[in-house]
Design a protein around this ligand. Structure first.
Ligand SMILES: *Cc1c(COP(=O)(O)O)cnc(C)c1O
Length: 442
């Protein structure tokens, strides 16, 4: 790359940011792990909090200058406890991976065994074995054993799993994952966890917003001791993490987070999280209900157009996500690229049987679609039909993606406002243009 003059770098950076914003305005984003935040959340993110440190607990900081930061963090803790009906909340993990690492640290020693989903069955890389470079194995030194998985039902095989827990005697049973169509059988394991002396944890990175809205499952009531999550997937907050747990584990979790895995805990994100948690308390239920309706509608429309959407006999999904086998159209990698050219952003995804059949992550058999972002923009079941048509035209009918891109852009003009937020007329993709503001006359 040609060396740029520093001022040119500045111009170029902002030009690229503006281009990205313009592009997003005209795309249909179906990435299951993404969402858009309200302008209020984004305003909190650009506050002075982003310059500060507040190591330690509110009221017991290692730094001075924290009197307002403390009040915001205490509020955030209270909001999180209220929203998830949790005895304790820690809002300091800077991401879902950091939350998981702190949870592993609090509940296990290196060398202990953990049960969780395998990656092709929907597990996240933070749960991965050492040989995969996963956080659990490579960073914390856990032995990772995978849940026996029922590929037809796309869920944990309870009978086989109980048998395996008795054999392996793990210290940690971890539920949740990144591809997650139906609630996991948590309460079925409460007794056996007790019997073998294991803790139960639940990774709600993807489904925290659905849990907050009371529309998925309620892990902390079903027997989970700890729930970790990202705060930016179905929960429409800043990119951050959070841990909720029983009071008896509060001290261990807090210590594992700080000084264990964070020093700075991204205070602007904590402030932004307050806004997102308040939005969920106010609008979470209707938002989560609509997400699930939209996911089922999109699945049904695509299925009727010939797509092999997984689990038709179970209603396709009970979450924000649907999974489609696209091997007959050339594979997930190929379809992902073609749809991106059509302004439809989705991601390729391993299916549980892909590795066995010789496919891998570059061009796996599946694609994963999530409807959180389009729901936040006010789309409903009727629009899922239009989205299914766009996808069909590109993938099945072979119409030129660039032609469909123009139609998608046109369609998207009807959905620029953000719903389920206090300022419901906020523009979803507007670039907060502080640089362009005229100088104040004061
Ligand atoms: C996304 C995800 C994470 C990681 O969250 P980050 O906030 O990206 O660090 C952890 N677990 C699961 C199941 C996820 O899907």
């Amino acid at each position: 790359m040609r060396l740029m003059h520093p001022s040119e770098i500045l111009n170029r950076t902002f030009e690229l940011l503006r281009k990205h914003h313009e592009w997003m305005k005209g795309t249909v984003n179906l990435i299951a792990s993404e969402n858009v935040t309200s302008v209020a959340v984004r305003e909190a993110l650009i506050s002075d909090f982003q310059h500060r440190y507040a190591e330690g607990w509110p009221g017991e900081r290692v730094y001075a200058g924290c009197k307002y930061i403390d009040q915001i963090e205490l509020m955030s803790i209270d909001l999180a406890k209220q929203l998830f009906k949790a005895e304790h909340a820690n809002v300091q993990p800077t991401s879902g991976v950091a939350a998981n690492l702190a949870m592993f640290t609090a509940l296990t020693e290196p060398g202990d065994t953990m049960m969780c989903l395998s990656i092709p069955s929907g597990g996240h890389i933070s749960m991965g074995k050492k040989k995969l470079g996963g956080t659990a194995g490579a960073v914390h030194g856990l032995q990772v054993e995978n849940w026996p998985f029922d590929e037809g039902r796309m869920n944990i095989d309870v009978d086989a799993a109980i048998k395996k827990v008795r054999e392996v005697r793990p210290k940690l049973l971890l539920f949740g994952g990144s591809v997650f169509l139906f609630p996991h059988p948590v309460k079925e394991f409460a007794e056996i966890a007790n019997e073998v002396g294991a803790h139960i944890a639940y990774d709600a990175a993807h489904v925290a917003g659905l849990i907050a809205g009371g529309q998925f499952q309620d892990p902390l009531r079903e027997g989970a001791d700890v729930m970790t999550c990202s705060t930016h997937k179905t929960l429409p907050g800043p990119q951050h993490g959070m841990i909720l747990c029983k009071q008896e584990l509060a001290e261990r979790i807090n210590k594992a987070v700080f000084p264990g895995v964070v020093s700075n805990h991204h205070l602007h994100c904590v402030a932004a999280l307050n806004v997102a948690l308040a939005e969920m308390l106010e609008f979470g239920k209707e938002y989560a209900i609509q997400i699930i309706k939209n996911a089922r509608a999109l699945a049904k429309e695509l299925y009727e157009r010939g797509f092999s959407v997984l689990c038709p006999d179970q209603g396709f999904t009970s979450s924000h996500t649907i999974l489609i086998d696209v091997t007959k159209y050339g594979g997930g990698g190929i379809i992902e690229k073609r749809l991106e050219e059509a302004n439809i952003i989705i991601n390729r995804n391993l299916l549980p049987w892909d590795l066995r059949e010789g496919r891998h992550y570059v061009n796996p058999g599946g694609i994963r679609l999530g409807v959180s972002e389009v729901t936040r923009l006010g789309m409903r079941e009727g629009e899922m039909k239009e989205v299914a048509d766009f996808i069909t035209r590109v993938v099945v009918d072979g119409i030129s993606p660039t032609r469909v891109a123009v139609e998608v852009q046109e369609f998207k003009k009807r959905f620029t406002k953000l719903h389920y937020a206090f300022d419901s007329m906020d523009e979803a993709y507007e670039y907060i243009r502080i640089r362009g503001n005229p100088p104040s006359s004061g």
